[in-house]
Design a binder for this molecule. Structure first.
Ligand code: HEM
Length: 218
């Protein structure tokens, strides 16, 4: 367990860099996308310079978001695989929401709610990529019949709104669990934070630390 005083390394530098790069790219992609939903939102396309620029940049930014999420998938998938112990979290979700920490919930590096969000984010970006490529007028749209384009536009709109809602939920949870944003900025969280929010991960790290102490590598 990498340590700095009484802290634990939770997120490595390349992952943090990718995450915050993703946040910037996602913001501009989502805002330009929303600008085409309703006339009163059209001003949002000016965030990318002008409506014309937004129209050109949106698909490229979307691909960058997809690639950044591929990196996150490679780095985080193993921590987001569902485990039997996640059932305890689901059964006690009310206590989690009310911040009652009575019993050990056996939470690994990420909790069951984060895992559900993680896979929904990955599923949404896949639908957005495929539907977005199909409806990309400059390159591919002419290759498909109109009914496929209509389906793609519908799928793109639904998954786009879905992903924005998921990210709003993600931001809410990040703000709500104090210390997690600091963890994503500095990489480090306190031991107390890990013990409180991710008890099973804490036990695993402590066991590894104890093993390293009794059997130090030369
Ligand atoms: C202002 C916006 C955002 C904030 C404040 C935020 C905050 C955070 C924080 C604090 C974590 C670490 C959670 C932990 O250590 O338990 C995290 C993880 C993560 N974030 Fe964000 N995030 C934001 C936007 C986004 C966006 C736009 C995406 C993707 C489109 C995203 C994708 C992820 C992913 C994939 C993880 C890893 C979670 C896991 O493995 O379960 N985040 N975020």
């Amino acid at each position: 367990m990498a340590k700095k005083n009484d802290t634990i390394l939770r997120t490595k530098f390349p992952e943090r860099l990718c995450h915050w790069f993703l946040v910037i790219c996602f913001f501009f992609t989502a805002m330009s996308g929303l600008s085409w939903f309703y006339p009163s939102l059209s001003w949002l396309s000016n965030l990318l310079g002008s409506p014309q620029l937004a129209r050109i940049l949106h698909p490229f930014l979307g691909i960058i978001v997809f690639l950044a999420l591929c990196f996150m998938l490679v780095r985080f998938a193993k921590y987001n695989l569902f485990a039997k112990t996640d059932l305890i979290w689901f059964r006690n979700v009310k206590d989690v929401i009310l911040n009652r920490h009575g019993q050990k919930l056996q939470i690994g590096k990420y909790n069951a709610g984060q895992k559900v969000l993680f896979w929904l984010i990955m599923a949404s970006i896949l639908v957005l990529l495929v539907s977005g490529l199909i409806m990309w007028r400059a390159y591919f749209a002419h290759l498909f019949p109109i009914w496929v384009l209509r389906l793609a536009i519908l799928a793109h709109s639904v998954s786009g709104i879905g992903l924005i809602l998921l990210i709003l939920g993600h931001i809410y949870l990040a703000l709500w669990v104090r210390g997690s944003i600091t963890g994503m900025v500095t990489g480090y969280v306190s031991r107390a934070w890990v013990r409180q929010h991710h008890d099973r991960w804490y036990d695993e790290l402590a066991a590894r630390e104890a093993a390293a102490k009794t059997d130090p590598k030369p």
